[in-house]
Write a protein that binds this ligand. Structure first.
Ligand code: GLU
Length: 445
C-alpha cells in the first residue's frame, strides 16, 4: 500500500474494531489507489477516500419473530447505506448466521465500486440479518420477512434505497418483503425492491444474471488471452443461485463443469454437472448435494477436502467470502488453471489473489466479475420506471454488453495505471474514480 494511504487504513481499523472482513475489503481497494492518487492529487485533497470508508448511514434494528411452535426468536437486522453519489443506495439483503456489522460493511463497501463499474445510476448499500433460513418453513420465512420489513420500510424508497436478494434471500423472500412493504405504505412501488416475480414487476434474466454475467466476463478474460470457453474444464464452488446459473451458461457456451459444492461437501461429476437435476434438488426441493449424487450415477460426493483440488482450467468461486485460500490457489495454478473469476463477493483471500497473479493466472475480482446481478437490477428499475417489460433476449443482450463494458473499463484502467492485465487494480481504480469525481462535483457530501 502507498505510504500516503497507510494512515487512512490505520484509522479505518481503529474506528471499526473487530470488523475483519470490512478491513480486508478496504485494504484491497486502498492497495490499488497509489498510482491513481499520484496522477490525481486533488482526489486526496478532497478526502474522497476517507469519505468513502465511512458509510453515509448505518441502521441496526431488532427483528423479533415466532417459529411454528410458537417460540420467540430475536434476530439483528442491518442496512448500511454506504454511498448515494451515483444513485439511490442499491445492494442485496443477506440472511445468514454469519451476518454481522463487519460483513454487511464489507459487502456495502464493495457494492459502491461494483455498482460504479456497471455505469448504471445506482449508489451502494447492503443489508441483512443473522437469521438462518435453513430448515425453516415457508410460514416462518414469511413471518421473519414481515418483521424485518416492519422496521426497514421507513428507510426505503425507489429514489432512496432499493434492496434485492443475496445469500438466503431469493424470489420467495423478495415476495414476502414486497407484499409487506406495500401493505404498510399503501403503495405499489415497483422500484423499491428488485428481483421481484416476473408477473409483478420483476425483470426477466434477473435470476440468472449474476451467474450468466460472470461467465460473460470470463469469456472476455479468455478472449484477451486468445482462448475461448469451448471444451474448457471448469470447477464452480457453491450450489446456490449464482453457481447454478454460472454452470448453466458455461455449458451453453461449450465448457464442461465437473464439480460444485454446498456447505455439506463437494460433488465431482466428470461427465459434467446435470444442471436440470441440480436446479430440481437445490432450487425446487431445497435439498442437499448428497441427493444429487444419489440420483446421478456418474457423480461422487465427499464431505471433506477442498473443491479446488479438482484439476480445471477455469475456477469460479461462487459460494461465500474467504473460501479460496493460498494453498487452494497454489493447487489450482499447478493443475493448469488459466483463469479464476469471483462469482461470490470476496471469495478469494488476499494471499490467494497474490499467488494466482504471481503464477500468471488471470484473476477477475467480484466487484467486476459478479456485477451482472446488480446491473440487471438496475435494468429492472429502468423497466419499472417506464412501466415496461423487456424480452429475455433483449435483457440478456444488455447484460452481455454491460459485462463487456466492465471488462473493457477494467482492462483500460489497469493499462493506464501501469499494471496491464491486473483486473484488481483496474476495477478498483475505475470504480473509485467514478465515485470520487461525482462526490467532488456534489460538494462536501
Ligand atoms: N447481492 C447482489 C450483489 O452482491 C445483487 C444486489 C442487487 O441486485 O441489488 O451484487
Amino acid at each position: 500500500m502507498d505510504e500516503k494511504l497507510e494512515p487512512i487504513f490505520a484509522e479505518v481499523v481503529r474506528r471499526n474494531p473487530g470488523e475483519s472482513e470490512f478491513h480486508q475489503a478496504v485494504e484491497e481497494v486502498l492497495g490499488s489507489l497509489g498510482p491513481v492518487l499520484a496522477k490525481h492529487p486533488e482526489l486526496a485533497r478532497h478526502k474522497t477516500i476517507e469519505r468513502m470508508c465511512e458509510p453515509e448511514r448505518q441502521i441496526l434494528f431488532r427483528v423479533p419473530w415466532q417459529d411454528d411452535r410458537g417460540e420467540v426468536h430475536i434476530q439483528r437486522g442491518f442496512r448500511v447505506e454506504f454511498s448515494s453519489v451515483l444513485g439511490p443506495y442499491k445492494g442485496g439483503l443477506r440472511f445468514h448466521p454469519s451476518v454481522g456489522l463487519g460483513v454487511v460493511k464489507f459487502l456495502g463497501f464493495e457494492q459502491v465500486f461494483k455498482n460504479a463499474l456497471t455505469r448504471m445510476p445506482i449508489g451502494g448499500g447492503k443489508g441483512g440479518a443473522d437469521f438462518d433460513p435453513k430448515g425453516r418453513s415457508d410460514d416462518e420465512i414469511m413471518r421473519f420477512c414481515q418483521s424485518f420489513m416492519t422496521e426497514l420500510y421507513r428507510h426505503l424508497g425507489e429514489h432512496t434505497d432499493v434492496p434485492a436478494g443475496d445469500i438466503g434471500v431469493g424470489g420467495r423472500e423478495i415476495g414476502y418483503l414486497f407484499g409487506h412493504y406495500k401493505r404498510i405504505t399503501n403503495r405499489f412501488e415497483s422500484g423499491v425492491l428488485t428481483g421481484k416475480g416476473t408477473d409483478w414487476g420483476g425483470a426477466l434474466v434477473r435470476t440468472e444474471a449474476t451467474g450468466y454475467g460472470l461467465v460473460f466476463f470470463v469469456v472476455e478474460m479468455l478472449r484477451a488471452r486468445g482462448r475461448t470457453l469451448d471444451g474448457a474444464t471448469c470447477v464452480v464452488s457453491g450450489a446456490g443461485n449464482v453457481a447454478i446459473h454460472a454452470i448453466e451458461k458455461v455449458q451453453q457456451l461449450g465448457g464442461r463443469v465437473v464439480a460444485c459444492s454446498d456447505s455439506q461437501g463437494v460433488v465431482h461429476d466428470p461427465e459434467g454437472i446435470d444442471v436440470a437435476l441440480l436446479k430440481q434438488i437445490k432450487a425446487v426441493e431445497r435439498r442437499r448435494l448428497t441427493d444429487y449424487a444419489e440420483r446421478r450415477p456418474s457423480a461422487r460426493h465427499r464431505s471433506g477436502g477442498s473443491i479446488w483440488e479438482i484439476p480445471c482450467e477455469i475456477a469460479l468461486p461462487c459460494a461465500a467470502q474467504n473460501e479460496l485460500h493460498g494453498r487452494d490457489a497454489t493447487a489450482l495454478a499447478r493443475s493448469g488453471c488459466i483463469a479464476v473469476a469471483e462469482g461470490a463477493n470476496m471469495p478469494a483471500t488476499p494471499e490467494a489473489v497474490r499467488v494466482l497473479q504471481e503464477a500468471g493466472v488471470a484473476f477477475g475480482p467480484g466487484k467486476a466479475a459478479n456485477a451482472g446481478g446488480v446491473a440487471t437490477s438496475a435494468l429492472e428499475m429502468q423497466q419499472n420506471a417506464s412501466r415496461d417489460s423487456w424480452s429475455f433476449e433483449h435483457t440478456e443482450q444488455r447484460l452481455e454488453e454491460i459485462m463487456r463494458g466492465i471488462h473493457e473499463t477494467c482492462a483500460a484502467a489497469a493499462e493506464e495505471y501501469g499494471a496491464p492485465g491486473d483486473y484488481v487494480l483496474g476495477a478498483n481504480a475505475a470504480g473509485f474514480l467514478r465515485v470520487a469525481r461525482a462526490m467532488i462535483a456534489q460538494g462536501l457530501v
